[in-house]
Design a protein around this ligand. Structure first.
Ligand code: AMP
Ligand code: MG
Length: 476
């Protein structure tokens, strides 16, 4: 491995520090195994090699790389990408946000017994009356985890706590607040207070033994961890994490800690990418800013390719870019250069590159900070989820809300505006656009709580029209 990239061998946090401190050329080979992502059970490379971009594109009517609708770009990417299919077994807690690799069938009934949903009294439903009050004798107590084993005859009841197993003959629970004249030996049920079967949770009501509990491909959320725990499952087969390498290109870019020379900007894309990839559950390999030098670029692409499942670059894919990024992408692989019918984010490269027998998917995103985020969210994200084997590869659900003001829009491209969704004084959800929508204005993204998605064919939006939005944050 080229020593220049030996920083890749470090722990990520060290690596970030190193990048920030400009120590990129340090050598450290100690943890080289950490980079060995090529698990022998991965069949991604093999599958992928059967698929060429030309093959995929040939299925598309009127393909035009210079005017590619978002939906077509998404479809090509979807067709071309193969899941990595490598499984590891991990402890339940570690499985949060990971992709489930097998169907989980419930080994037990949940709950395992009929039990009480309330603190109250377990009784025979046949003792209840709609017309008159009923007096029952209290003969014992059932606690959660400590059942009442005795027989309960008609005319009798058992004090019962929430979660306690229902005594064999009882089918109904009356909550304690509903009864009158309660003592240790008896209580009175007012006429019609409950019906037979009320406040009883049935065995297997949550899940029956042998039925599907969770499906392969699900991204495990807190509720799923709880569900798995309720089945007594402590180790979960999940897809291994995707390893994604990324770097920025552009001679004007400076890393944090470096002097900002005349005409230069700090590289922010590596930080938004770090955030978005981490949120998606990827292992990230931050390769820093790569100078516009063919040898350096080639080495960077090769190192990334040999050590990651996917590579994300930013910058250098615009028309008329006077650099070597596009040239190197084309030289090392099967890469398409597109002008996508979207705003922001028009130029993009996509494909697969190879180096020393290893392959990696490539997403060459534009350089503008907002364009990077938009192309990531609407083109790369779905592809990465598909690679991870996730079943939820579609974009998050769109909500239709009222646009507070008119929005300029030209048909023939999908526009992604940054919006703030709120409730107006009538309680109606409405969205307004954050300030300047320039593709370099990251503040518009930071202030927004949603993306406003204006469809390809749509023209001018008037105040009060409905528009689609996707929220940035959800509950889980
Ligand atoms: P490009 O796509 O390379 O033509 O870049 C478009 C614009 O985005 C230029 O103004 C760049 O300076 C800016 N840019 C490119 N990469 C980055 C980056 N990593 N961080 C911040 N701005 C960037
Ligand atoms: Mg550039």
């Amino acid at each position: 491995m080229n020593l220049r990239y030996s920083h890749l061998l470090r722990d990520m946090s060290d690596l970030d520090d190193a990048l920030d401190n400009g120590e990129l050329n340090d050598t450290n080979n100690e943890t080289s195994n950490a980079m060995a992502n090529n698990n022998p059970s991965d069949d991604s490379a093999m599958n992928a090699s059967r698929n060429t971009l030309a093959n995929v594109i040939s299925c598309l009517s009127d393909y035009d790389p210079d005017a590619l609708p978002v939906a077509d770009a998404q479809a090509i990417i979807r067709q071309f990408i193969q899941p990595i299919n490598a499984v590891e077994k991990i402890a339940l807690r570690s499985a949060l946000d990971r992709v489930l690799a097998v169907d989980i069938v419930s080994p037990i009934n949940v709950p395992s017994h009929d039990n009480s949903a309330m603190d109250g009294y377990a009784l025979h439903g046949s003792d209840l009356s709609k017309e008159q009050d009923v007096k029952l004798k209290v003969i014992g107590t059932a606690y959660a985890g400590r059942a009442y084993d005795g027989a309960v005859n008609k005319g009798e009841c058992v004090r019962i706590m929430t979660g306690a197993v229902m005594p064999a003959q009882c089918d109904t629970v009356i909550p304690q607040e509903f009864v009158r004249d309660a003592s240790d030996t008896g209580m009175t049920i007012p006429a019609g207070a409950v019906k037979t079967g009320d406040n009883r949770r049935l065995k297997g009501e949550d899940l029956k033994a042998g039925t599907a509990a969770l499906q392969k491909g699900k991204i495990l959320r807190p509720a799923d961890l709880g569900l798995l725990a309720s089945l007594g499952i402590g180790e979960i087969p999940v897809q291994r994490r995707l390893r994604v390498a990324f770097f920025s290109t552009g001679d004007e870019l400076r890393s944090i800690g470096e002097t900002l020379d005349e005409g230069c900007v700090y590289d922010s894309n590596r930080y938004t990418l770090y955030g978005m990839l981490t949120r998606l559950g990827c292992d990230v390999v931050d390769m820093g800013v790569i100078k516009d030098d063919p040898d350096v670029l080639e080495a960077a692409f090769r190192t990334a390719c040999e050590n990651a499942d996917a590579i994300i670059t930013s910058g250098g894919v615009s028309v008329g870019e006077a650099d070597y990024t596009k040239q190197m992408m084309a030289q090392l692989g099967d890469v398409g250069f597109w002008k996508i019918g979207m705003r922001p984010g028009r130029p993009m490269a996509f494909g697969k590159i190879a180096s020393n027998g290893k392959e990696a998917y490539l997403f060459g995103l534009p350089g503008n900070p907002v364009a990077v985020m938009v192309t990531f969210y609407f083109l790369a994200r779905q592809a990465l989820l598909h690679m991870m084997g996730a079943s939820t590869v579609e974009a998050p659900p769109l909500m239709r809300v009222v646009s507070q003001a008119a929005i300029r829009k030209r048909p023939g491209r999908t526009e992604y505006q940054r919006g703030i969704l709120s409730r107006n004084s009538d309680g109606i959800q409405e969205v307004r656009i954050t300030g300047s929508q320039g593709s370099g204005v990251l503040r518009s993204m930071s202030e927004a709580n949603c993306m406003v998605v204006l469809e390809h064919d749509r023209a001018e939006i008037k105040a009060g029209d409905l528009v689609d939005v996707i929220l940035f944050d959800g509950l889980t």
